[in-house]
Design a protein around this ligand. Sequence first.
Ligand code: AMP
Ligand code: MG
Length: 571
Amino acid sequence: MTLMSNPRVKMALHGCTLTSLAVKTSQQTCILFFMKSNSTEPEPSPGITTIDGLNLTPAFTEALPGNPDSGQRHPPQDHIMWSAVMPVVPSAPKLIAWSKDMEARLGLKIGAAPEATARLLTGHDLASGTTPYAMRYGGHQFGNWAGQLGDGRAIALGEMHDQTGQHWTLQLKGAGATPYSRQGDGFAVLRSSVREYLCSEAMHHLGIPTTRSLSLCLTGDNVDRDVFYDGNVQAEQGAILCRTAHSFVRFGNFEIHAAHHEHDALKTLADHVITKDFPHLGKPSLDVYQQWFQEVLQRTAELMAHWQRVGFVHAVMNTDNMSILGQTIDYGPYGWLEEYDPSWTPNFIDRQRRRYCYGNQPQIGLWNLYRLANAVLPLFDNNTKPLEEILGSYDAFYDDLWHQTVAAKLGITTATASDKALFDQLWEILQLTPTDYTIFFRALAQADSTDTPDSLLNTITPSFYQPDTLTDETKNAFSHWLGRWAFRVSDTGTDERRTLMNKTNPKYVLRNYIALQAIDDAEQGDYSTIDKLLEILQSPYEEQPAHQQYAGLRPDWATRKPGCTMLTCSS
Ligand code: AMP
Ligand code: MG
């Protein structure tokens, strides 16, 4: 029995349903191109090393069924949730960056032991308590069921507790092939690892749920990649990100069990996730499953509202990239809105259908929740009603959240339903001329509600990419809207309004061209830009006058340079 066919969810764009998109995008999965690498073959780990504070336990593998003897490749196997796998031994591991924030949170002493850290957090050496494993999961990719996927280039080491007692799994991304690598090599290049390292930390400091980065190491081995899938293969430096999360379970972990009719495993996994990561819900029962699904739905909607607030486009919202905790996970060809354009996506392979463009994200979140609902239906004795009711609450929940969010972006302290017209009009005028989404709201915060229309327009002009080409009609449309806005906020004290706007609208986001500067420098052996950017991105809502150059309009050169506007999944 299947719960609800595809939801006929409304799309912000294209005027079509996701069902039809799903069909049209059937060929659009991330194609993986891999070549041989010069890494050594997997060997037993040469020794046990440790760094102060690193106390790992095999919590996931002890609690859940898996294959402990799988080796690096094994045929697909039903009913299991993980496969043991040893990281490939890197030839010259080198620590190039780490998050001081995560280091402190986990009580580690990385700075005191960079070499041991490099060996441990690349899988060169194994810390005691380490049982490396890859997780089994499936997923819907670009609207179609893709079957079994799994951790193809991620190997978890184990779990540890921070000083507040919270558990964290440490996972190496790019440590070599696993039983789920399919035709991939399991490695990752420096370029994509720098992007994930920086962006997940930036996201955390923006106050948005996300997996975290602990460390970034070079492996000392080259990895061959065909970046634009045009036959031009290049050797790139291999790198390993050690990332952390309370759980790396995805919607796809449930989907694979459902697809293979492994209902016992499905229940075991759900009970484990609820007990471990939703303990406030109590002992799993039919009622608790319902509350759990409701919470997953709300967390997902909240995540979508956060992404829309800061202009983040994930760009590969497949169900295998949806965290059951409602966190941002798997940073690939993501991007940040520059010109406000709901149809924008940085993902090269999605440039025609734009399934995962900015404007579609909230509805894709719901589409993915439908896939999760279908997967967990057996927990509800195949009774679709409770899940349908919860899914039916998504739109109202999200719309309300988004309404409150936009109000805060505009400095409106108490939103009312009648504000909707003002908000809707804003999204229209922002498309009249290329307008930078991030800069617009920060500039608007500076405006004074008693200013004249001309002065209001001048205040937001720094957010225009082509200020000299504005027509009178466009100027009038902006002036008219600005006048309405100024009137609406005139009751609120300027300081109070500015504070609200400046803590809702970031000044510093990791625009792709900025990330590329850190990548270019790192590829030349200079890792200081990574640290510098991380420091700036740790206070994204602060003014930071010394770093103003990272808060400006995207420069012209960046529109032409590969990797600045369009990215591929090659990583
Ligand atoms: P992604 O789109 O990056 O989330 O990846 C989708 C699937 O492809 C997941 O199962 C990944 O583990 C797998 N994958 C991505 N890159 C590689 C790689 N270099 N080697 C093996 N598997 C990979
Ligand atoms: Mg993924």
